[in-house]
Design a protein around this ligand. Structure first.
Ligand code: PLP
Length: 318
């Protein structure tokens, strides 16, 4: 199942900010593993797909918003690995379909829509039973691939990474971060950057997720002993909210280093790390690894002026 993926390359980022801070900054490019099935979404899907295969399911069903990276990756992975898929989409159908959903349909995903109130019930047995009644014997993967299989997959993200002291990850639910924590040693530390407002609550969620994972006796590359923290100051107003400063930063970073960032997740984390480097937050000599978790397909939803009014993006000047 993994042979179609390129091992994620590590790219060094060298500029006057990293030099002044005296650090070695690298990016683990999970965005380059496969054109469609990449980023942390692949790692979160992997063991879900393997379980579905083992249990002889032929159809997967999962959930997501209209611009969801998870819907996009699940549609493509299902086609590659021979599953039928149903995507349960939050909200009303729009016509024409946006690029995320039309891609999903091209990959063979069947789309169904749930109003927002019903969609909120997606974790309940009742709604899942209704969906099974409607669609037959489907293997249900939660939104975002956020379950213990997802954590397990994410313990493999750092397998091929070069040596480093600090790892930084953008954080939505914390599933990816939990997997990463389970693969670090005591000498390393990890920083999560929540992309939503009031992200402090994730501290408890991540601790619970780790506990549930350990209770389930799943494979643990390292005992979770490393120090970790959340830095909650770089949400830019909330989930999928952006401003010109963030858009400019992404554009500038892309031009300087050839790394495209998605606005919902990685741009906020990268912005935060660069800002912290300027403030002297890291120690001289630190080897810092940023995880590029992918998600570039979602930029189309932010760039779509119908969805978010951002005005023209000013051109970048030094
Ligand atoms: C989904 C996603 C995340 C967040 O992952 P969690 O496991 O929910 O914390 C981070 N980056 C990108 C690009 C994503 O698509």
């Amino acid at each position: 199942m993994t042979s179609i993926f390129l091992p994620p390359p590590t790219q060094q980022i060298d500029n006057n900010i990293t030099q002044n801070a005296g650090v070695k900054l690298s990016v683990l490019r999970l965005d380059l593993m496969h054109p469609w099935v990449n980023g942390n979404k692949w790692y979160k899907l992997k063991y879900n797909l393997l379980e579905a295969q083992e249990k002889h399911f032929t159809t997967l069903l999962t959930f997501g918003g209209a611009y969801s990276n998870h819907i996009f990756a699940t549609a493509a992975a299902s086609k590659l690995f021979g599953f039928k898929t149903i995507g349960v989409i939050r909200g009303e159908q729009t016509s024409p379909l946006n690029s995320t959903l039309s891609f999903a349909v091209q990959q063979g995903m069947q789309l169904v829509y749930l109003d927002r109130t019903t969609y909120r019930q997606r974790h309940t047995q009742k709604l899942q039973a209704d969906l099974r009644e409607r669609f037959g014997d489907v293997f249900i993967i939660p939104e975002g691939g956020c379950n213990l299989n997802g954590v397990l997959g994410c313990t493999e993200i750092l397998q091929q990474a070069e040596d480093f002291d600090v790892v930084c990850v953008a954080c939505g639910t914390g599933t990816t971060f939990a997997g990463i924590l389970l693969s670090l040693t005591q000498k390393q530390r990890a920083i999560a950057f929540p992309v939503l407002k009031h992200g402090e609550f994730l501290k408890q969620e991540i601790a619970t997720l780790l506990q549930n994972y350990l209770d389930a006796d799943l494979p643990v590359p390292n005992q979770p002993a490393c120090a970790w923290e959340l830095i909650c100051d770089y949400h830019f107003g909330g989930y999928a909210k952006v401003n010109n400063e963030l858009l400019n930063f992404s554009q500038q970073f892309q031009q300087a280093h050839g790394v495209s960032l998605d606005y919902v997740y990685t741009a906020k984390m990268f912005y935060g790390v660069i800002d912290l480097l300027k403030q002297g937050f890291f120690s001289k000599g630190d080897r810092i690894l940023l995880i590029h978790t992918g998600g570039l397909q979602g930029n189309i939803g932010i760039e779509n002026p119908q969805r978010i009014k951002i005005g023209p993006i000013p051109s970048f000047k030094d």
